[in-house]
Design a protein around this ligand. Structure first.
Ligand code: ADP
Length: 446
């Protein structure tokens, strides 16, 4: 097992990884920008190293600075968290080239899944169902027209290098195709430096359902069930649940079996999430994330597993030590992502938190790096806390979430706490009756 892990991240996820390491008897190294010198992840880690100025490209994305920090502190491994360099194949390679372990999949697998076209090709060959669409990249507008005529409108043009919902444009009919083609490519070029795009059938009322998997280096792959992440704004998730209100145990088992068999064939290692759209009882793969996800805690609550410890164990070469049949699902979990944003306009609202009070009680978990007097810096993602609840049934989980939201205090800055309360109060949400378009309409109605 590793003696010391460098955590190449900040905020709640840096704390999350630190906590797992501490319980495993592993020392931790925090890295931070000058804007984060007083951050909680720096305070709690065993050691810390300043890796640069506030801008992420000069600090949290600065590979030479991170590798130097790991070398001078004698770290054996690097955990990338999510975001930043977590899906950067080059970083994974360089960590290994410096004699340290990258806590994640191989660089090759990160590379394949980072290119959505390559990922779809790989999944197709493994028998995983896909959204109907182009066979690979589209080389011209004429080709796009031809594919759209086969799969029928509405269609979606998507960036091969996409992420965060960027480089994605819908064409509802032939008259919208040229514009969608042009805008998606321009956005993809600007955001990712790569204008390769592909086409998918635009599903009009799907749910976003994803599967959590874990694989060791001895050929064992298991899944920890699904998460329903359909509550999204601008393709960004706001509320997640485990399990999905619509999936049966048999459907979960069937999809899980296909996915784990596929990944075993691929020789995948570490944690991963396969994202699907689900409509009319059919699953269609859209992408795979080769890292820990923001919403991983809901899975941990229903499975009673620590996914970060599992990541560390398999990265150290240990066997999973259990089989699929040993993984049991108990109760229901919900996560609300609380961001430092205006709950109506979603304008970012960083600044000083005058008072912070976290809710508690049975089945309540708060993953946050906030404290009273902390200043939320303007340079990074606006996520300030994840409030997670677990209860025997979905309706009890909703009641527990309402109670916890009511107890939680984040004063001094605007947060999305009131929006989450309104979502929990909504009869359609309570009935589990929503698609990926539900939240945008809900927000527009407010
Ligand atoms: P990104 O990597 O940019 O997040 P994804 O491929 O994961 O892109 O898609 C993000 C979200 O966009 C999905 O969760 C879903 O809400 C929507 N989406 C993606 N593909 C489709 C599709 N074919 N039809 C309808 N909605 C889609």
């Amino acid at each position: 097992m590793f003696g010391k892990v460098l955590i190449a991240n900040r905020g709640e996820i840096a704390l999350r990884v630190h906590r797992a390491c501490q319980e495993m008897g592993i020392r931790t190294v925090a890295v931070h920008s000058t804007a984060d010198a007083t951050a909680m992840h720096v305070r709690l880690a065993d050691e810390s190293v300043c890796i640069g100025p506030p801008a992420a490209r000069d600090s949290y994305l600065n590979i030479p600075a991170l590798l130097s920090a790991a070398t001078i502190t004698g770290a054996d491994a690097i955990h990338p968290g999510y975001g930043f360099l977590s899906e950067n194949a080059r970083f994974a390679e360089m960590v290994e080239a410096h004699g340290m372990t990258f806590i994640g999949p191989t660089a090759d697998h990160i590379r394949i899944m980072g290119d959505k076209i390559a990922a779809k090709t790989a999944m197709k060959s493994l028998g995983v169902p896909l959204v109907p669409g182009s066979d690979g990249a589209l080389n011209s507008l004429e080709e796009a027209e031809a594919v759209a005529n086969i799969i029928k409108y509405p269609v979606l043009i998507k960036a091969a290098a996409g992420g965060g919902g960027r480089g994605m444009k819908v064409a509802r009919g032939p008259e919208e195709l040229e514009e969608a083609w042009r805008v998606a490519r321009a956005e993809a070029k600007a955001a990712f430096g790569d204008d390769a795009v592909y086409m998918e059938k635009y599903l009009d009322r799907p749910r976003h359902i994803e599967m959590q998997v874990m694989a060791d280096t001895h050929g064992n792959v298991v899944h920890f069930g699904e998460r329903d992440c359909s509550l999204q704004r601008r393709h960004q998730k706001l509320v997640e649940e485990a399990g999905s209100p619509v999936l049966t145990a048999a459907e979960r088992d069937a999809l899980g079996a296909t996915v784990t068999a596929g990944l075993a064939k691929l020789g995948y290692r570490g944690a991963g999430t396969l994202e699907f759209l689900w409509q009319d009882g059919q699953f269609a793969f859209i992408e795979m994330n080769t890292r820990l996800q923001v919403e991983h805690p809901v899975t941990e609550m229903v499975c009673g597993v620590d996914l970060v410890k599992e990541q560390i164990r398999v990265a150290a070469g240990q066997k999973l030590g259990y089989e699929q049949k040993d993984i049991q699902f108990s109760g229901h979990a919900i996560e609300c992502r609380i961001t430092a944003e205006d709950p109506e306009t979603f304008a970012p609202n960083p600044g000083k938190v005058s008072t912070y009070h976290a809710p508690g009680g049975l089945g309540v978990r708060v993953d946050s790096a906030l404290y009273s007097g902390y200043s939320v810096p303007p340079h990074y993602d606006s996520l300030v806390a994840k409030l997670i609840v677990h209860a025997p049934t979905r309706s009890e989980a909703i009641a527990r979430m309402r109670r916890s939201l009511d107890e939680m205090v984040v004063a001094g800055i605007k947060t999305t706490l009131p929006l989450h309360m309104r979502i929990m109060d909504d009869p359609e949400f309570q009935a589990g009756d929503y698609t990926i378009h539900w939240l945008e309409r809900f927000v527009a109605k407010q």
